[in-house]
Design a protein around this ligand. Structure first.
Ligand code: CA
Ligand code: CA
Length: 147
C-alpha cells in the first residue's frame, strides 16, 4: 500500500529536491512538493489549505508554487500564490499538469515531478526572473503529512 513517507525513497526525494534547486536557478519563484496519503476533497482546494499550513505565502513577491500529491487517492494539484495568479492566465499550469499526468499514468512519479518542476521554473522565469540578491525563501525539502 502506498504511503506518503515512503512513496519516494531517499534517492528519489533527493532527485526531486535537486530539480527544485535547478528550477529556482532561473526564477525568484519558490517551488515546494508536499505529499500525503489521502485527499477527500478537491485536490486544488486541499493544496490551497496545505499552502497556508506550510506558510508558503511567506515570499517577498508572493510567488510560491506548491505541487501537491495524494498518493493513496491518486490526486494532485499545482497551486501558485497571489503574485503569480495576478499575472498569469488561468490555464497557466495546464501543460505542466498534463505532462505530469502522462508520466504518472506510466508510474513514473519521480520523473513526472522532476520534469513538472523544471517546466514550472521555465514558465515562472518569464514573469519572475531570478534577482541578483536571490534567497532560498522556502526550503526545497519535500514535506509530508500523515493522514
Ligand atoms: Ca529564491
Ligand atoms: Ca526554494
Amino acid at each position: 500500500m502506498a504511503d506518503a513517507k515512503t512513496f519516494f525513497d531517499l534517492d528519489q526525494q533527493k532527485r526531486i529536491e535537486t530539480a527544485i534547486a535547478e528550477a529556482e536557478k532561473n526564477t525568484s519563484g519558490e517551488i515546494r512538493v508536499h505529499i500525503e496519503n489521502n485527499c477527500t476533497v478537491d485536490a486544488v482546494e486541499r493544496a490551497v489549505k496545505v499552502f497556508e499550513q506550510i506558510k508558503m505565502h511567506e515570499t517577498k513577491e508572493r510567488n510560491g508554487v506548491l505541487v501537491y500529491l495524494a498518493v493513496v487517492d491518486h490526486k494532485f494539484a499545482i497551486v501558485g500564490d497571489k503574485g503569480i495568479n495576478d499575472v498569469v492566465p488561468n490555464d497557466f499550469w495546464d501543460n505542466i499538469k498534463t505532462h505530469m499526468q502522462s508520466c504518472f499514468k506510466e508510474k513514473e512519479f519521480t520523473k513526472g515531478l522532476c520534469e513538472g518542476i523544471i517546466m514550472a521554473g521555465n514558465e515562472l522565469k518569464k514573469h519572475f526572473p531570478l534577482q541578483h540578491d536571490d534567497k532560498d525563501e522556502l526550503s526545497n525539502d519535500v514535506t509530508f503529512n500523515h493522514n
